[in-house]
Every structure is written in structure tokens, then in C-alpha cells.
Design a protein around this ligand. Sequence first.
Ligand SMILES: NC(=O)c1ccc[n+]([C@@H]2O[C@H](COP(=O)([O-])OP(=O)(O)OC[C@H]3O[C@@H](n4cnc5c(N)ncnc54)[C@H](O)[C@@H]3O)[C@@H](O)[C@H]2O)c1
Length: 392
Amino acid sequence: MNIKRNISIIGGAGHVGLPLGMVFSSKGFKVTLIDKNKSNIKKINKGQMPFLEKNGQKLLKHIVKKKKIFATDKLNEITKSKYIIICIGTPITKNLNPNTKNFINFFYQLKKLLKKDQIVIIRSSIYPGICEKIYKIIESKCVNLSYCPERIVQGKSISELPKLPQLVSGKNKKALNESGKLFKKICKKIIFTKILEAELIKLFSNAYRYINFSISNQFYMICENQNLDFFKIRNIMRDGYSRNANIPMSGFSAGPCLLKDTMQLSSFYNHKFLLGHSAMFINENLPKFIVSKLQKKYNLKRKTIGVLGLTFKPETDDIRDSLSIKLIQLLKSKKIKTLQSDEYYISKENIKKEELIKKSDIIIIAIPHKAYKNLKIKKNKILIDIWSLFNK
Ligand SMILES: NC(=O)c1ccc[n+]([C@@H]2O[C@H](COP(=O)([O-])OP(=O)(O)OC[C@H]3O[C@@H](n4cnc5c(N)ncnc54)[C@H](O)[C@@H]3O)[C@@H](O)[C@H]2O)c1
């Protein structure tokens, strides 16, 4: 068998691994997606996307039909591939420290199957220094280790991968050259860096974004306490004043990456990453801020609160680390009657958005899915629009 154009992706049924595999497959590679999630494996092999991905469904159906991609839970399938790309999760603990145990242990399993000519590429967002540890685990079998972090925005990999520069770092020349050549097939530009540089660039990028969102969320809170409209103020700040052009809108800043990677960075810096911690306090406290403000103004025991949008960001079905869910849990813990609705995330507890609007006294636009833009909300309802969806 010619394994030169074969790629195995571990974590291949996940949000990073699957679209990456699909893009490689569309460029003529034979891709094996290896994952522990049997339910997702089943869906993928039937040509069904297990989660929302822009332009994903059509592409997956096509490549599954052409037998260019297949999913399995058998790790020993890696022996048929030249390239092994690792995209498994890198979570943090409840105490916000990196939980590296499973990630590192995985490489002891992988080592047993590795051959010396294979190229091992780590793509997950990792705690800096982990590549060195992994190298020490696998080096007696294979020394070709690269770190090529993923930098797409979730849900848009297929359109973003060809446009984004790919960072490529590696332990030796072969790892660098081979990984560079591989990613050149799907990306326009390759930027070679040292491993620690790539590890930090990935975490800095997410922390920078997370801190930026927290600035607007802090300004939003200041405005709310003065009964001022942050949306109006933000517009005036930016009007003809280019230095303020990039200030983001306020809103729930959550999901599986930004907070987690900010905390990985903080842990790496002996928990002295003060900006990162402040950003976390601001962003994670926004649900509490909203509930306290409402409690001061209204008797919430007599009100029904409807929460529109449950996912961690608009136009996704992913609720991982969603602040809307945190908001609902907070309301429920205070025994406040709560209704919920979403356009993409399916739950037995959800109701239709129109019904939610009809039955709620207070409506919180927690996540501004596009479908909410044209909703008619009567003037007698109290609307909490942190994203200024209706102002836009
Ligand atoms: N989601 C994003 O947009 C995004 C963007 C850039 C980087 N990342 C990083 O990529 C990594 C993966 O994130 P994700 O969002 O794709 O997570 P995910 O949970 O969607 O996917 C991870 C997959 O790995 C599988 N898995 C875990 N352990 C395994 C094992 N031992 N063997 C086989 N399969 C295993 C899981 O079943 C899951 O399907 C994380 O480090 C994350 O921070 C994510």
C-alpha cells in the first residue's frame, strides 16, 4: 500500500479534526479519522455532519461516497498513514489548571504503534512545553514531531483553512519539511517557527481576543450602571476616530477555547497573568451582572425570564462552556421562572422563539442568532439586548 498520501487524524470526529480531514481529503489525500466518539463515527461514515460546519454537509457526503475518508475507533489504523495529526482536547481542571494527563498518556499508546518514518503532528492548543515532553515519550520510536496549531474560528474551517497562514514548527528538519509540504497543499502560506514560539503564538492569540472582549464587557457594565447605552457610546467612540475602530461589541464571550487557553497561559506564567485573570472575572461574571441588575429593578419571583440563544456563540449548535447556560443555571438557582430557546442546539427543554417571547415578561438575547433579528417584541416586554442586536 502507498501510505505517502495517507493521513490519520486522532480526534478526527471533533470540531478541529473532522473539517481538517475533510479539507485534506478534498485535496486528494486518503484520510482516516480516529476517534473515541462512536456516535459521531457512525454519523460521519453515513455522510452526516455531527455538528454545524459551514459548507461541511455537502463536502462530507461527497468524500464519503468517493471513499476518500472514513472514521473508526481503531488506533492501529495509524500504521497505514505517513502523517498522524493529533487534534484531541486539551481541557483545564475546575481549578483552571491545564489537565494534561489524558493528552500525555495518549502518546504512550501511540508510541507502541509508531514507525520511524512517520510524521507526528500535534494540532491541539497545548500547554507550552508539552511538545518537549511528548518528544521524550516517542523519540525511541519516531523523532519526527511537529507542532502546527489550528487557528480557525469554529464552524468556518473549510473556508478559513485555505486563507490562514499555517504555523509550522518541528523537532528536526524532516518534521519541518514534511509538515510544511503537507500543509502547503491546503494553505496559502507557511510560517516556520520554533516549537515554543508556536505554542505561545496560539495561546497569545486566544488570550488577546478574550481580553479584547472583556474590555467591551467592562465598558458595557459601566454604561449600564449609569443607565447609558454602550452601543451608542461605542459608535461615537469609533466615529471618525480610527484608533477605536476595533473595539468589539459587548456580549457573552465563552466557548471551549478562549477562556481555556487564557488560563493555560496563566498557568504557564505562574498564575501572574493579571490581564487574563481580569478578563476571566469580567467575562464570566456578565450573567451574574445581568441578573443582579434585574433583581434590583424588578421582583423576579413574579416574572418569567426567557433566554434566547443557548450556544456559546451565534450560528453554532455547540453549548460547550456557554454563558447562556450559566445564566439559566443562575436564574434557576434563584427559583426564577425561566424559558429557553435556540435555533441550532436541540433540547427537550427548549420552546419556539415566538412562544418564548409571548410567555416571557423579560427577554434576554443571550446569543444573537441571525434568526432573532426580525423578531417582533412588544413594547410592554423588558428586553435585555447585551449585543445590541436590535440597535444594529
Ligand atoms: N474548536 C475550535 O474551534 C478550536 C480551534 C483551534 C484549536 N482548537 C483546539 O483543538 C483541540 C480540539 O478541540 P475540538 O474543539 O476539536 O474538541 P472536540 O471535543 O470537538 O474534539 C476532540 C475529539 O477528540 C476525541 N478524543 C479525545 N481523546 C481521544 C483519544 N484518546 N483517542 C481518540 N479520540 C479522542 C473526542 O472524542 C473528540 O471527538 C483543543 O486543544 C482545542 O483547544 C479548537
